[in-house]
Design a binder for this molecule. Structure first.
Ligand SMILES: [Zn+2]
Length: 183
């Protein structure tokens, strides 16, 4: 590896963000995504990144919560013996992805029996929008996040925060906008 490549690699690593658990304190959490920086494993933030996804190693880590791209989380939920979680299942999405459907949330709940959270993540792991414990939309965490494809909720949230939230476009609205597009 040349020095330039090495420097670039270090730069990329520095640019990556650390995964942010939906609330404090974070339980033992396995993050199955390569876009995050590995946080120093410490008692008050026992979060570990497994860039390669689910493995025996993750199983041995015995996570209380898992954060993974939606497809991977749904795949784990569909396994014969889904991982036994005690705290949370966190679906990671990219900007513009459709939000979890009621059916997908139900599937995750049935498999894991823990609260489901959604987060929208940038390419280097930065948190763009996050669901809070009120489970009433995703708080926008950075100014200027495009919200096409979502509905914007401006009313104060049950968690006490007043930042705008992204919520799924209601089925009725989806039908209406599809009808408008067809004309
Ligand atoms: Zn909230």
């Amino acid at each position: 590896m040349t020095l330039v490549n090495k420097t670039l690699d270090t730069f990329r690593l520095r640019r990556k963000s650390v995964f942010r658990y939906p609330m404090d304190p974070a339980p033992r959490t396995a993050v199955l995504a390569a876009c995050f920086r590995q946080p120093r494993l410490r008692p008050n933030y026992p979060v570990r990144v497994f860039p390669q996804g689910w493995s025996e190693e993750v199983s041995a880590f015995a996570p209380a919560a898992i954060a993974a791209p939606r497809e991977q989380l749904l795949k784990l939920a569909a396994a014969d013996r889904p991982p036994e979680l005690t705290h949370a299942a966190i679906a990671l999405e990219s900007p513009g992805d459709p939000m979890l459907s009621a059916v997908e949330r139900e599937r995750l709940w049935r498999a894991f029996r823990v609260p489901v959270f959604e987060q929208i993540i940038g390419p280097d792991g930065e948190l763009l929008a996050a669901e809070c414990e009120a489970h009433d939309g995703l708080h926008i965490e950075i100014p200027g996040l495009p919200w096409n494809g979502y509905r914007l909720e401006l009313a104060a949230c049950g968690c006490g925060r007043k930042t705008p939230r992204l919520t799924p476009v209601q089925p009725a609205e989806r039908v209406r906008s599809a009808a408008a597009y067809a004309r």
